[in-house]
Write a protein that binds this ligand. Structure first.
Ligand code: 9J3
Ligand code: ZN
Length: 304
């Protein structure tokens, strides 16, 4: 976006008639059209990244950005167990929002690795982490997610690519419980997405972060009746919040590539980390039950 001054000078929709045609023709003649990358869309919203989304684009295995990755050794960090950073390769679109993702009890980074390139290719820096020990509890996982975000924005090799004011957290199971803990302790976080979350604390009225809780109807480890549903219900009714219950899914649905998880996660992160209202269409009106959605609850329209 930063190298497209023709797009920043005035949005396409403000040009009309012959002037618009002339501008388009000039852009074509000097080859700007072929330079236009994923960030070519005119942005009144400075955080908007990538082209206008479609159902196909948010369901795709990869989004518009090519992705690079770099490994972070546990020996090089404190407060969490290292991990892998996935990030858009291009430096032409300025900084990106970022999200840290924790695995669950006894599990490793590899168990949530599919989310790295899937989300980064849509225009986020994504840090999938290992925890200090695989037995760490949700409160510890929450602190570790925050330590990982601090490392990402302050010390990592990609810190210059990250907008430190636009951060989010995700996690599976105890890592999802950890994402609730992280949001509770750091209200400046812009989005949280707990995935089949597990936590002994059932009430989260303290959260100020827009939160989408994703549960699974067949989860017998963190049953939605005693985890995801009370977590969602306890969030402030004034908060932008959502509850997505996967249909025909188990506790381990977030451990393999899952298009329903991906498309709604991308939409939530875009809507609240990037303030990108182009994604509101996938969240409001509330998605209806389907072969993949058992139930969806939330507020519409969103208020933040
Ligand atoms: O991270 C998880 O999978 C939590 C579920 C669990 O095994 O809790 C039992 C203590
Ligand atoms: Zn509580």
């Amino acid at each position: 976006m930063l190298h497209h001054p023709h797009k920043r000078a005035g949005s396409t929709r403000r040009r009309t008639g012959r002037l618009a045609g002339a501008a388009a023709a000039l852009a074509a003649v000097i080859g700007l059209g072929t330079l236009a990358g994923p960030g070519a869309h005119a942005a009144d919203n400075p955080y908007e990244r990538g082209p206008a989304p479609t159902t196909a684009s948010i369901e795709a295995l990869r989004g518009p950005y090519a992705v690079s990755q770099t490994s972070v050794s546990s020996l090089a960090v404190t407060g969490f167990g290292g991990g892998t950073i996935y990030y858009p390769t291009s430096t032409s679109d300025g900084t990106f929002g970022a999200v840290a993702i924790s695995p669950g009890y006894t599990a490793y980074e590899s168990s949530i690795a599919w989310l790295g390139p899937r989300l980064a290719s849509q225009g986020f820096v994504v840090f999938t982490i290992d925890t200090n020990t695989t037995l760490d509890q949700p409160d510890s996982r929450g602190r570790q997610l925050l330590a990982a975000l601090d490392y990402l924005t302050q010390r990592s090799s990609v810190r210059g690519r990250v907008d430190s004011s636009r951060l989010g957290v995700m996690g599976h199971s105890m890592g999802g419980g950890g994402s609730l803990e992280a949001a509770k302790s750091r209200p400046s976080l812009q989005a949280a997405i707990p995935l089949t979350p597990w936590n002994l604390d059932k009430t989260w009225p303290e959260l100020r972060t827009p939160t989408m809780i994703i549960g699974a109807d067949g989860d017998t480890i963190a049953p939605v009746s005693s985890h995801s549903e009370p977590f969602y219900t306890s969030l402030p009714s004034t908060l932008d919040r959502a509850y997505l219950e996967l249909n025909g899914a188990t506790h381990f649905a977030p451990n393999t590539s899952n298009t329903t998880i991906a498309k709604y996660s991308v939409s939530w992160l875009k809507r609240f980390i990037d303030n990108d209202t182009r994604y509101e269409q996938f969240l409001c009106p509330l998605p209806r039950p389907s072969l993949t959605i058992e139930e969806y609850r939330g507020n519409c329209p969103h208020t933040s």
